[in-house]
Design a protein around this ligand. Structure first.
Ligand SMILES: Nc1ncnc2c1ncn2[C@@H]1O[C@H](COP(=O)(O)OP(=O)(O)OP(=O)(O)O)[C@@H](O)[C@H]1O
Length: 357
């Protein structure tokens, strides 16, 4: 795989109002039945910004909170606290119905399962036409003749790399990769500024994954669409995303330019994830047994499994952000163990306690 390529024509995203901004987002789920006071904290003080025409990958293991974040942003879940700004407008303060109408024309979600999201009784044309007429820009009913609508539907199919005559097919006549392209076309019909893609390739054959990733990249480069790309797969994050954010136990613990972050992971959890990716350049470095032990320690720990400190500072004191290396890489980490390495902007995990500890 090659690395994320930035088109020279793309704007400097840092100078514009972000397409999506999440501030201090928290979400707890009540569990254990009616009389239980137990709750699971799925998200905690999550801050995330996606610039215009930028793809940000959200990576982390199962249960880390990635889908909950996407579902809160898509307003499929109600966050317990925090703010969500789409194009600079705070959406949680808006009337729910109004916000959801506006929302769907600005922000679309593409789900993991290309099989479950299309009703088998309808032809492909039905799904795209519905998005176009109900949610498309220009009001509840898209203006224009039937001929124009059909042309637009064909154009959408071509944009996602499908033949126009597949509009007349049923979902079962398409492959998984083709169905996921239809799901993307359906999102595009609305002309959104932001797409939230939750594991869009994880149920696809390896051979067709790259095509879907390339399509997402094309939509960013040619249409300036911003994306939150949720994945377990670090290699695809490096391939596709401008920046990558790492989620651990409901918090974003590290974030930076994808290439820099994945080459120089600063948080022990990110290092754990990176160590699980077989890499020919690190021959012999992947030890599945060691990785399984580390993972078990992470999952079993009530506090931070990485903190080899009896005082468990993480449970009493939230770690602050530290910049990692060159500020241009916008790479930061939140970990009590982090110590900047003296000199060339590198980093290291502390092996000795901080002064005063
Ligand atoms: N509706 C719910 N009720 C109770 N707990 C929930 C609910 N949805 C999510 N959770 C819990 O919130 C945490 C985060 O789950 P989430 O699905 O967001 O993780 P994820 O990183 O997307 O995992 P995966 O990659 O497996 O989808 C988990 O502990 C999960 O059990």
């Amino acid at each position: 795989m090659s690395h994320a390529v930035h088109s020279p024509a793309r704007p400097d995203v840092s100078s514009l109002t972000p397409a999506l901004e999440v501030r201090g987002l928290g979400k707890s789920f009540h569990i254990g039945g009616l009389f239980s006071s137990q709750a699971v904290r799925a998200l905690h003080r999550v801050d995330l910004t996606i610039g215009r025409g930028e793809i940000v990958a959200l990576v982390g293991e199962s249960g880390s909170g990635k889908s909950t974040l996407a579902r809160c942003v898509a307003r499929l879940e109600k966050p317990s606290e925090g703010a969500i700004l789409v194009d600079g407008v705070e959406v949680l303060k808006r009337d729910r119905f109004q916000a959801s109408r506006e929302f769907r024309s600005q922000l679309q979600m593409v789900f993991q399962d290309p099989f479950g999201s299309l009703n088998p009784a309808h032809r492909i044309e039905h799904f795209l036409r519905r998005s176009l007429t109900i949610h498309g820009k220009g009001g509840t009913r898209q203006r224009g003749s039937e001929e124009q609508t059909r042309r637009r539907l064909e154009e959408l199919m071509t944009t996602v790399g499908l033949q126009a005559d597949m509009l007349d097919s049923y979902p079962h006549e398409l492959s998984g990769g083709q169905r996921q392209r239809v799901a993307i076309a359906r999102a595009l019909a609305v002309e959104p500024n932001v797409i939230l893609a939750d594991e869009p390739t994880s149920m696809l054959d390896v051979s067709v994954r790259i095509g879907v990733l390339n399509l997402m990249r094309k939509l960013r480069d040619e249409q300036g669409i911003s994306m939150l790309y949720i994945t377990h797969d670090l290699a695809s994050a490096r391939y596709l995303a401008d920046r990558t954010a790492v989620m651990f136990a409901g918090e974003i613990v590290e974030e930076g330019e994808s290439l820099d972050l994945l080459a120089n992971p600063a948080h022990p959890y990110t290092q754990l994830l990176v160590s699980a990716v077989p890499d020919p350049a690190r021959a012999g470095s992947y030890d599945p047994i060691h990785r399984a032990q580390l993972r078990q320690a992470v999952m079993a720990s009530a506090s931070c499994a990485f903190e080899n400190d009896p005082k468990q500072r993480c449970s009493s004191e939230e770690p602050v952000r530290h910049q990692v290396g060159d500020p241009l890489n916008r790479h930061w980490v939140r970990c009590h163990l982090y110590r900047p390495r003296a000199g060339a902007g590198g980093h290291a995990l502390a092996t000795e306690p901080e002064p005063g500890d």
